[in-house]
Write a protein that binds this ligand. Structure first.
Ligand SMILES: *Cc1c(COP(=O)(O)O)cnc(C)c1O
Length: 225
C-alpha cells in the first residue's frame, strides 16, 4: 500500500517523540538510531520516508534487499540486513555491501561468512544475535554463551567486524518477560570491549528496549499504517 506523505510524516513524528521520552529516561546523551524495516512495505513508501530524512532501512531477506538496493541505488541509503541469513545467500549479501548484518546467529555461519569475505578481500560489519527470550522459533546464541562466542568470532574471523549485539524481545504480553530478555542482552553488551551497537526493539516494544539500553531500534509496521 502506498501511503500519503503526510501520513508517513505523522507516523514518523510520533515515533520520534516517543523515542525521545524513552531515551531521556536513560540519560540526556543517550542517542537512539532508527532503522526502518521495510520488508512489508512498498518502494514508494521508502522513497517518501527518505524524503522526510530517514536514511537507514532494513530488510529480512537477501533477495528483497538486493532488488530494493538496486532500484534505489541513486539514493545514499544505508541498508541493513536484519533477518536470518542462509548460507547459500552469503555471496549475494556480500555483493550488496550492506552497512550492517544484524543477524549473525551462530559460529558456523560466521565461519562461512568469513571464508567468503576473505576470498573477495572484503569485510562486513555485523552484530551477534542473542536469543535472550530462549524461544525455539528464534535464532541466535544463548545468553550464557554469547560473550564467549563473540570473543571467538573476533579472534578467529578477522573479516567480520563485530559492532555489538542484536536481540528480538520475547513474544509475550508479559512486560516483565520482555524486559528481562532486553536486560539479559544488555548485560552481555556492556561487558564487550569496543562494542557500540545494541540493536533491540521493534514496533511493539521499542520503548521498553530503549529504557533497557538499546541504542538502535528496528521499526516497521508502526510506520506503515
Ligand atoms: C520485521 C522485523 C522487524 C520490524 O518489526 P515490526 O514489528 O514490524 O516493527 C525488526 N527486526 C526484525 C529482525 C524483523 O524481522
Amino acid at each position: 500500500m502506498v501511503l500519503e506523505k503526510d501520513i508517513l510524516q505523522n507516523n514518523l513524528d510520533k515515533l520520534i517523540s516517543s523515542i525521545e521520552k524513552s531515551r531521556l529516561k536513560v540519560n540526556p546523551h543517550h542517542i537512539v538510531k532508527i532503522v526502518v524495516v521495510s520488508k512489508y512495505t512498498s518502494i514508494e513508501n521508502i522513497q517518501t520516508l527518505y524524503s522526510l530524512g530517514q536514511r537507514a532501512f532494513g530488510e529480512n531477506q537477501v533477495q528483497q534487499l538486493k532488488e530494493r538496493a538496486l532500484e534505489l541505488e541513486n539514493l545514499p541509503i544505508e541498508w541493513h540486513m536484519v533477518g536470518t541469513l542462509q548460507k547459500n545467500k552469503i555471496n549475494n549479501l556480500i555483493s550488496l555491501n550492506p552497512s550492517l548484518l544484524h543477524s549473525l546467529d551462530n559460529l558456523s555461519l560466521a565461519q562461512e561468512l568469513d571464508k567468503k569475505l576473505k576470498t573477495q578481500n572484503k569485510t562486513m560489519k555485523a552484530l551477534l544475535q542473542i536469543n535472550s527470550s530462549k524461544e525455539k522459533t528464534k535464532s541466535g546464541v544463548l545468553v550464557e554463551e554469547a560473550y564467549n562466542t563473540y570473543q571467538e568470532i573476533e579472534e578467529r574471523f578477522k573479516n567480520i567486524k563485530l559492532q555489538g549485539v542484536m536481540s528480538i524481545g520475547a513474544n509475550s504480553e508479559d512486560k516483565n518477560l520482555v524486559k528481562n530478555s532486553f536486560e539479559d542482552t544488555f548485560k552481555v553488551y556492556e561487558k564487550l570491549k569496543g562494542a557500540t551497537i545494541c540493536s533491540m526493539g521493534m514496533s511493539s516494544d521499542f520503548q521498553l528496549a530503549i529504557e533497557n539500553g538499546s541504542n538502535l531500534i528496528r521499526v516497521g509496521s508502526l510506520l506503515f499504517k
